[in-house]
Design a protein around this ligand. Structure first.
Ligand code: HPA
Length: 274
């Protein structure tokens, strides 16, 4: 596995010939952020050695290297989900490649279902913590010592520095944001009313089918993580609204201007640590 990660990082590194300040992973319906990047190189996943292919509508399959504001970013348009049938190793593969490229800061995004009564459709929630209820763990099996330790500290899964920088950007730009706890389930079904009730009861504010394996792999390698979640639907034991992938994409689209302002503001304002 390590050899494959090295081979892929070597390939990408030989093209971009630089160390990006941030890696950014675009979630469902959030692909428009890629248009904000002044692209220097665009690589289809199909030309990158060992890179899997995405299978989900609303997720393209491109790695874009370029400038966002005054920072160098490597943007992944199209992520890999466990529900697609990928192994956890595959789901976190790009994150490990980012680490070997020398990237220290990871910005993730996703669409999620809100269970917090203060949340409205198309709101933005910064993920401050998560509860992992995926059925498999990305670090299960022999530890790859070259990447990180066997037992990983998870006391600060999401960078407090990045969260406070984002809070400031949101305040300056009048963007309504929450801070919430993201519960990860495997999907691909959306939740039943009783399941949304469970998410709320265990302390979650929102639920989704991605992100957490990537956060775990990133923290294993001591990368700093920031995650922005767009609330695309609301669920609860007493809420009988139906939800479809199309509605998720529509709500994500509605939130896009704020997502763009927040991510651009964050990369601009954030002081990269040496
Ligand atoms: N549940 C799980 N995943 C999701 C949801 C949801 O309600 N909305 C967007 N992704």
């Amino acid at each position: 596995m390590l050899e494959k990660i090295k081979e892929t990082a070597g390939f990408i590194g030989s093209i971009i010939k630089d160390t990006p300040d941030f890696a950014v992973v675009l979630g469902s319906g959030l692909g428009k952020l890629q248009d904000e990047v002044e692209a220097i190189h665009t690589l289809e996943y199909s030309v990158i050695p060992n890179f899997p292919q995405t299978t989900v509508a609303g997720h393209s399959g491109k790695l874009i290297y370029g400038m966002l504001e005054d920072k160098k970013v490597l943007m992944m348009s199209g992520r890999f989900h466990y529900y697609e049938g990928h192994s956890m190793e595959t789901v976190v593969f790009p994150i490990r490649v980012f680490h070997l490229l020398g990237i220290k800061n990871l910005i993730l995004s996703n669409a999620s279902g809100g269970v917090n009564p203060d949340y409205r459709i198309a709101d933005i929630a910064i993920v401050k913590d998560h509860i992992n209820m995926m059925p498999e763990h990305p670090l299960r099996g022999k530890n790859i010592d070259a990447l990180g330790p066997r037992f990983v500290d998870m006391s600060e899964p999401y960078s407090r520095r990045m969260i406070s920088a984002a809070e400031q950007v949101a305040a300056e730009n009048n963007i309504r944001i929450h801070q919430g706890i993201y519960v990860a389930l495997q999907g691909p079904t959306f939740e039943t009313p009783a399941e949304y009730g469970m998410i709320k009861a265990i302390g979650g504010d929102m639920v989704g089918m991605s992100t957490v394996p990537e956060v775990i792999a990133a923290r294993h390698m001591a990368m700093d993580v920031f995650c922005i979640s767009v609330i695309t639907d609301l669920g609860g034991p007493d809420i009988a609204f139906s939800v479809s992938h199309e509605e998720v994409l529509n709500a994500a689209n509605k939130a896009m201007p704020d997502v763009i302002s927040l991510v651009k503001g964050l990369v601009k304002a954030y002081q990269i640590l040496p």
